[in-house]
Write a protein that binds this ligand. Structure first.
Ligand SMILES: Cc1cc2nc3c(=O)[nH]c(=O)nc-3n(C[C@H](O)[C@H](O)[C@H](O)COP(=O)(O)O)c2cc1C
Length: 318
Protein backbone atom coordinates (compact mmCIF):
# COMPACT_ATOMS: atom_id res chain seq x y z
CA UNK A 1 0.00 0.00 0.00
CA UNK A 2 1.27 3.48 -0.92
CA UNK A 3 0.44 6.33 1.41
CA UNK A 4 0.70 10.09 0.87
CA UNK A 5 0.40 12.35 3.90
CA UNK A 6 -0.35 15.93 2.94
CA UNK A 7 -0.15 18.67 5.50
CA UNK A 8 -0.33 22.41 5.94
CA UNK A 9 1.47 23.81 8.96
CA UNK A 10 2.21 27.42 9.77
CA UNK A 11 3.96 27.30 13.14
CA UNK A 12 5.15 23.68 12.94
CA UNK A 13 2.72 21.67 15.12
CA UNK A 14 0.88 19.90 12.31
CA UNK A 15 4.16 19.20 10.52
CA UNK A 16 5.43 17.29 13.58
CA UNK A 17 2.20 15.30 13.83
CA UNK A 18 2.21 14.57 10.08
CA UNK A 19 5.75 13.15 10.24
CA UNK A 20 4.89 10.96 13.25
CA UNK A 21 1.79 9.68 11.45
CA UNK A 22 4.12 8.92 8.53
CA UNK A 23 6.50 6.99 10.81
CA UNK A 24 3.62 4.86 12.05
CA UNK A 25 2.23 4.31 8.57
CA UNK A 26 5.67 3.08 7.45
CA UNK A 27 5.35 0.13 9.83
CA UNK A 28 2.48 -1.23 7.76
CA UNK A 29 2.75 0.27 4.25
CA UNK A 30 5.23 -0.37 1.44
CA UNK A 31 5.75 3.33 0.74
CA UNK A 32 4.92 6.51 2.67
CA UNK A 33 5.58 10.08 1.56
CA UNK A 34 4.93 13.14 3.70
CA UNK A 35 4.53 16.39 1.76
CA UNK A 36 3.54 20.00 2.31
CA UNK A 37 0.28 20.87 0.53
CA UNK A 38 2.18 23.45 -1.54
CA UNK A 39 4.11 20.63 -3.20
CA UNK A 40 1.13 18.39 -4.02
CA UNK A 41 -0.80 18.17 -7.30
CA UNK A 42 -4.00 16.22 -7.99
CA UNK A 43 -2.09 14.05 -10.50
CA UNK A 44 0.18 12.89 -7.67
CA UNK A 45 -2.79 11.46 -5.75
CA UNK A 46 -3.24 8.86 -8.49
CA UNK A 47 0.00 7.15 -7.39
CA UNK A 48 -1.25 6.45 -3.87
CA UNK A 49 -3.84 4.13 -2.28
CA UNK A 50 -4.34 6.09 0.93
CA UNK A 51 -4.16 9.84 1.56
CA UNK A 52 -3.77 11.62 4.92
CA UNK A 53 -4.73 15.30 4.96
CA UNK A 54 -3.94 17.50 7.95
CA UNK A 55 -3.79 21.14 8.98
CA UNK A 56 -4.29 23.46 11.91
CA UNK A 57 -7.83 24.42 12.89
CA UNK A 58 -8.55 27.95 11.72
CA UNK A 59 -12.12 28.27 12.97
CA UNK A 60 -12.83 25.34 10.66
CA UNK A 61 -10.14 24.55 8.08
CA UNK A 62 -7.65 26.98 6.50
CA UNK A 63 -8.47 28.23 2.99
CA UNK A 64 -5.78 26.12 1.27
CA UNK A 65 -7.46 22.95 2.59
CA UNK A 66 -10.83 24.24 1.37
CA UNK A 67 -9.30 24.92 -2.04
CA UNK A 68 -7.86 21.37 -2.07
CA UNK A 69 -11.19 19.57 -1.68
CA UNK A 70 -13.32 22.10 -3.57
CA UNK A 71 -11.19 21.85 -6.72
CA UNK A 72 -10.37 18.13 -6.54
CA UNK A 73 -11.44 15.94 -9.45
CA UNK A 74 -13.72 13.03 -8.47
CA UNK A 75 -11.62 10.73 -6.26
CA UNK A 76 -13.80 7.68 -6.97
CA UNK A 77 -13.76 6.30 -3.43
CA UNK A 78 -10.01 6.73 -2.72
CA UNK A 79 -9.35 6.27 1.00
CA UNK A 80 -8.46 9.34 3.02
CA UNK A 81 -8.05 10.20 6.70
CA UNK A 82 -8.16 13.67 8.20
CA UNK A 83 -6.17 15.11 11.11
CA UNK A 84 -5.64 18.48 12.71
CA UNK A 85 -3.92 20.35 15.52
CA UNK A 86 -5.66 23.12 17.42
CA UNK A 87 -5.82 25.43 20.41
CA UNK A 88 -8.95 25.78 22.48
CA UNK A 89 -11.75 25.36 19.93
CA UNK A 90 -11.51 22.51 17.44
CA UNK A 91 -15.27 21.99 17.14
CA UNK A 92 -15.90 23.28 13.62
CA UNK A 93 -13.14 21.34 11.87
CA UNK A 94 -14.28 17.77 11.23
CA UNK A 95 -17.96 18.63 10.71
CA UNK A 96 -16.84 20.93 7.87
CA UNK A 97 -13.92 18.99 6.41
CA UNK A 98 -15.19 15.39 6.40
CA UNK A 99 -18.44 15.92 4.44
CA UNK A 100 -16.50 18.01 1.93
CA UNK A 101 -13.91 15.26 1.42
CA UNK A 102 -16.79 12.87 0.87
CA UNK A 103 -18.28 15.29 -1.66
CA UNK A 104 -14.96 15.24 -3.55
CA UNK A 105 -15.36 11.46 -3.90
CA UNK A 106 -13.04 10.31 -1.10
CA UNK A 107 -13.98 7.54 1.34
CA UNK A 108 -13.15 8.98 4.75
CA UNK A 109 -11.76 6.15 6.89
CA UNK A 110 -10.80 8.05 10.05
CA UNK A 111 -9.97 11.31 11.75
CA UNK A 112 -8.04 12.47 14.80
CA UNK A 113 -7.10 15.76 16.46
CA UNK A 114 -4.28 16.91 18.76
CA UNK A 115 -3.72 20.01 20.86
CA UNK A 116 -0.98 22.34 19.66
CA UNK A 117 0.63 25.50 20.98
CA UNK A 118 -0.90 28.70 19.59
CA UNK A 119 1.17 31.46 18.01
CA UNK A 120 -1.06 34.39 17.07
CA UNK A 121 -0.36 38.12 17.49
CA UNK A 122 -2.91 38.83 20.21
CA UNK A 123 -3.10 35.46 21.93
CA UNK A 124 -1.60 34.77 25.38
CA UNK A 125 2.09 33.92 25.51
CA UNK A 126 2.58 31.33 26.84
CA UNK A 127 -0.72 29.87 25.69
CA UNK A 128 -2.89 27.33 27.55
CA UNK A 129 -1.82 24.55 25.19
CA UNK A 130 1.92 25.38 25.29
CA UNK A 131 4.08 22.26 25.09
CA UNK A 132 1.74 20.40 22.72
CA UNK A 133 2.34 18.40 20.67
CA UNK A 134 4.65 16.61 23.12
CA UNK A 135 6.25 13.14 23.04
CA UNK A 136 2.97 11.49 24.06
CA UNK A 137 1.05 13.27 21.28
CA UNK A 138 3.68 12.17 18.74
CA UNK A 139 3.53 8.58 19.97
CA UNK A 140 -0.27 8.67 19.58
CA UNK A 141 0.14 10.11 16.09
CA UNK A 142 2.51 7.29 15.19
CA UNK A 143 0.01 4.67 16.40
CA UNK A 144 -2.76 6.46 14.49
CA UNK A 145 -0.70 6.33 11.25
CA UNK A 146 -0.28 2.58 11.52
CA UNK A 147 -3.95 2.12 12.48
CA UNK A 148 -5.10 4.06 9.40
CA UNK A 149 -3.04 1.88 7.03
CA UNK A 150 -4.31 -1.31 8.64
CA UNK A 151 -7.90 -0.06 8.60
CA UNK A 152 -7.64 0.91 4.94
CA UNK A 153 -6.35 -2.58 4.09
CA UNK A 154 -9.20 -4.23 5.99
CA UNK A 155 -11.82 -2.03 4.30
CA UNK A 156 -10.31 -2.95 0.92
CA UNK A 157 -10.64 -6.60 2.00
CA UNK A 158 -14.37 -6.18 2.53
CA UNK A 159 -14.78 -4.95 6.12
CA UNK A 160 -16.74 -1.88 5.03
CA UNK A 161 -18.37 -1.54 8.45
CA UNK A 162 -15.00 -0.07 9.59
CA UNK A 163 -15.83 3.13 7.68
CA UNK A 164 -16.83 5.52 10.48
CA UNK A 165 -20.01 7.63 10.30
CA UNK A 166 -19.74 11.37 9.57
CA UNK A 167 -19.26 13.29 12.86
CA UNK A 168 -21.93 15.24 14.68
CA UNK A 169 -21.29 18.95 14.95
CA UNK A 170 -19.78 19.25 18.44
CA UNK A 171 -19.52 23.03 18.54
CA UNK A 172 -21.03 24.21 21.78
CA UNK A 173 -23.33 27.20 21.77
CA UNK A 174 -20.99 29.50 23.72
CA UNK A 175 -18.17 28.92 21.28
CA UNK A 176 -20.37 29.63 18.30
CA UNK A 177 -21.76 32.88 19.79
CA UNK A 178 -18.31 34.13 20.80
CA UNK A 179 -16.86 33.40 17.40
CA UNK A 180 -19.68 35.08 15.54
CA UNK A 181 -19.34 38.17 17.76
CA UNK A 182 -15.64 38.37 17.02
CA UNK A 183 -16.26 38.00 13.31
CA UNK A 184 -18.88 40.71 13.22
CA UNK A 185 -16.51 43.12 14.87
CA UNK A 186 -13.56 42.80 12.50
CA UNK A 187 -13.04 41.86 8.86
CA UNK A 188 -9.87 40.02 9.76
CA UNK A 189 -10.03 39.43 13.52
CA UNK A 190 -6.32 40.32 13.76
CA UNK A 191 -6.97 43.71 12.20
CA UNK A 192 -6.19 45.05 8.74
CA UNK A 193 -2.83 44.01 7.32
CA UNK A 194 -0.91 46.97 5.91
CA UNK A 195 2.42 46.90 4.07
CA UNK A 196 4.94 49.75 3.95
CA UNK A 197 7.04 49.24 0.78
CA UNK A 198 9.65 51.70 2.08
CA UNK A 199 10.61 49.32 4.88
CA UNK A 200 10.49 46.19 2.72
CA UNK A 201 13.88 44.75 1.67
CA UNK A 202 12.61 42.52 -1.21
CA UNK A 203 14.33 40.87 -3.14
CA UNK A 204 16.82 40.30 -0.30
CA UNK A 205 13.97 38.79 1.71
CA UNK A 206 11.05 36.77 0.30
CA UNK A 207 9.67 35.30 3.52
CA UNK A 208 6.15 36.72 3.20
CA UNK A 209 5.87 35.45 -0.40
CA UNK A 210 7.26 32.01 0.42
CA UNK A 211 5.04 31.49 3.45
CA UNK A 212 1.71 32.99 2.37
CA UNK A 213 -0.92 30.29 2.87
CA UNK A 214 -2.71 31.09 -0.34
CA UNK A 215 0.09 32.55 -2.53
CA UNK A 216 -1.55 35.96 -2.24
CA UNK A 217 1.78 37.81 -2.15
CA UNK A 218 3.91 38.38 -5.22
CA UNK A 219 6.46 41.15 -4.98
CA UNK A 220 8.16 40.18 -8.25
CA UNK A 221 5.40 41.55 -10.47
CA UNK A 222 4.40 45.09 -11.36
CA UNK A 223 2.37 46.35 -9.58
CA UNK A 224 3.36 44.21 -6.63
CA UNK A 225 0.61 42.00 -5.23
CA UNK A 226 0.07 41.97 -1.50
CA UNK A 227 -2.86 40.24 0.15
CA UNK A 228 -6.32 39.68 -1.15
CA UNK A 229 -8.60 42.66 -0.85
CA UNK A 230 -12.15 41.32 -0.62
CA UNK A 231 -10.92 37.74 -0.44
CA UNK A 232 -8.92 35.73 2.00
CA UNK A 233 -6.80 38.03 4.20
CA UNK A 234 -9.65 40.49 4.60
CA UNK A 235 -12.40 37.95 4.72
CA UNK A 236 -12.16 36.69 8.30
CA UNK A 237 -9.14 34.66 7.25
CA UNK A 238 -7.56 35.44 10.61
CA UNK A 239 -4.04 34.85 9.30
CA UNK A 240 -1.50 37.56 9.96
CA UNK A 241 1.52 35.38 9.28
CA UNK A 242 3.23 37.87 6.95
CA UNK A 243 3.13 40.37 9.83
CA UNK A 244 4.47 37.77 12.26
CA UNK A 245 7.45 36.78 10.13
CA UNK A 246 8.46 40.08 8.48
CA UNK A 247 12.01 40.80 9.67
CA UNK A 248 11.88 44.57 9.09
CA UNK A 249 8.49 45.66 10.40
CA UNK A 250 7.29 46.51 6.87
CA UNK A 251 4.00 44.77 7.61
CA UNK A 252 1.79 46.02 10.42
CA UNK A 253 -1.70 45.49 11.79
CA UNK A 254 -4.30 48.25 12.05
CA UNK A 255 -5.54 48.71 14.69
CA UNK A 256 -2.40 47.72 16.54
CA UNK A 257 -2.43 44.64 18.73
CA UNK A 258 -2.60 46.80 21.88
CA UNK A 259 -5.81 48.54 20.74
CA UNK A 260 -7.29 45.53 19.07
CA UNK A 261 -7.20 42.99 21.87
CA UNK A 262 -8.55 45.17 24.70
CA UNK A 263 -12.25 44.43 24.07
CA UNK A 264 -11.54 40.73 23.56
CA UNK A 265 -9.47 39.87 26.63
CA UNK A 266 -12.35 39.21 29.05
CA UNK A 267 -14.44 37.32 26.49
CA UNK A 268 -11.57 35.10 25.44
CA UNK A 269 -10.34 34.39 28.95
CA UNK A 270 -13.74 33.20 30.17
CA UNK A 271 -14.43 31.30 26.98
CA UNK A 272 -11.06 29.55 26.65
CA UNK A 273 -10.84 28.61 30.29
CA UNK A 274 -14.33 27.15 30.47
CA UNK A 275 -13.81 25.11 27.30
CA UNK A 276 -10.43 23.76 28.41
CA UNK A 277 -11.69 22.98 31.91
CA UNK A 278 -14.40 20.86 30.36
CA UNK A 279 -11.96 19.18 27.97
CA UNK A 280 -9.64 18.42 30.89
CA UNK A 281 -12.51 16.94 32.91
CA UNK A 282 -13.42 14.76 29.91
CA UNK A 283 -9.84 13.51 29.67
CA UNK A 284 -9.35 15.14 26.24
CA UNK A 285 -6.87 17.82 27.30
CA UNK A 286 -3.59 17.26 29.19
CA UNK A 287 -2.49 20.55 30.72
CA UNK A 288 1.28 20.95 30.37
CA UNK A 289 1.58 24.39 31.94
CA UNK A 290 -0.30 25.50 35.07
CA UNK A 291 -3.07 28.02 34.47
CA UNK A 292 -1.24 30.70 36.56
CA UNK A 293 1.57 30.65 34.00
CA UNK A 294 -0.65 31.36 31.00
CA UNK A 295 0.32 34.80 29.70
CA UNK A 296 -3.07 36.34 29.45
CA UNK A 297 -1.73 39.84 29.93
CA UNK A 298 1.22 39.27 27.63
CA UNK A 299 -0.09 38.83 24.07
CA UNK A 300 2.37 37.03 21.78
CA UNK A 301 3.58 40.08 19.85
CA UNK A 302 4.10 42.16 22.94
CA UNK A 303 5.99 39.31 24.58
CA UNK A 304 8.13 39.03 21.41
CA UNK A 305 8.38 42.67 20.29
CA UNK A 306 11.54 42.28 18.18
CA UNK A 307 11.15 41.67 14.45
CA UNK A 308 10.45 39.13 13.24
CA UNK A 309 7.94 38.21 15.92
CA UNK A 310 8.28 34.58 14.78
CA UNK A 311 11.38 33.21 13.01
CA UNK A 312 10.86 31.05 9.93
CA UNK A 313 13.71 29.75 7.78
CA UNK A 314 14.82 32.16 5.04
CA UNK A 315 13.72 29.54 2.49
CA UNK A 316 10.92 27.01 3.09
CA UNK A 317 12.20 23.58 4.20
CA UNK A 318 9.93 21.30 2.17
C1 LIG B 1 -5.23 32.06 11.85
C2 LIG B 1 -5.42 31.10 12.97
C3 LIG B 1 -6.68 30.71 13.37
C4 LIG B 1 -6.84 29.77 14.39
N1 LIG B 1 -8.10 29.38 14.77
C5 LIG B 1 -8.26 28.42 15.72
C6 LIG B 1 -9.56 27.95 16.10
O1 LIG B 1 -10.57 28.39 15.57
N2 LIG B 1 -9.64 26.97 17.04
C7 LIG B 1 -8.54 26.45 17.64
O2 LIG B 1 -8.67 25.57 18.49
N3 LIG B 1 -7.29 26.87 17.31
C8 LIG B 1 -7.14 27.83 16.38
N4 LIG B 1 -5.88 28.26 16.02
C9 LIG B 1 -4.71 27.63 16.66
C10 LIG B 1 -4.08 26.58 15.76
O3 LIG B 1 -5.05 25.69 15.28
C11 LIG B 1 -3.01 25.79 16.50
O4 LIG B 1 -2.08 26.66 17.07
C12 LIG B 1 -2.34 24.79 15.60
O5 LIG B 1 -1.72 23.79 16.35
C13 LIG B 1 -1.30 25.44 14.69
O6 LIG B 1 -0.76 24.46 13.85
P1 LIG B 1 0.55 24.70 12.98
O7 LIG B 1 1.66 24.93 13.96
O8 LIG B 1 0.71 23.45 12.23
O9 LIG B 1 0.33 25.88 12.11
C14 LIG B 1 -5.70 29.21 15.03
C15 LIG B 1 -4.42 29.64 14.63
C16 LIG B 1 -4.27 30.56 13.62
C17 LIG B 1 -2.88 30.99 13.22
Amino acid sequence: MKVLIIYFSQSGNTRKIAHSIGDGAREAASRVDVKSIKKVSYEMLENYDLIGLGSPVWKADPPNIRRFYNNAPDQKGKHIFSFCTHGTMPGFYFPVVLPNLKKAGFTVIGNRRWYGNVVMPGMPEPYYTAGHPDAQDLAEAKAFGREMVERSQRIHNGETDLIPPMPENDVNKNQAVAIVNMLLEYGNPQGKIVRDPEKCIYPKCTRCMDNCTMDYIDLSCEPQKFGSEGCCCNDNHECAWCFMICPTGAIRLEPSIEEHIKPLIGVRKTLFESILDEAERNGEFRRLIPIEEVGFNTPYCLAHPDKPHFKVPAKPEE
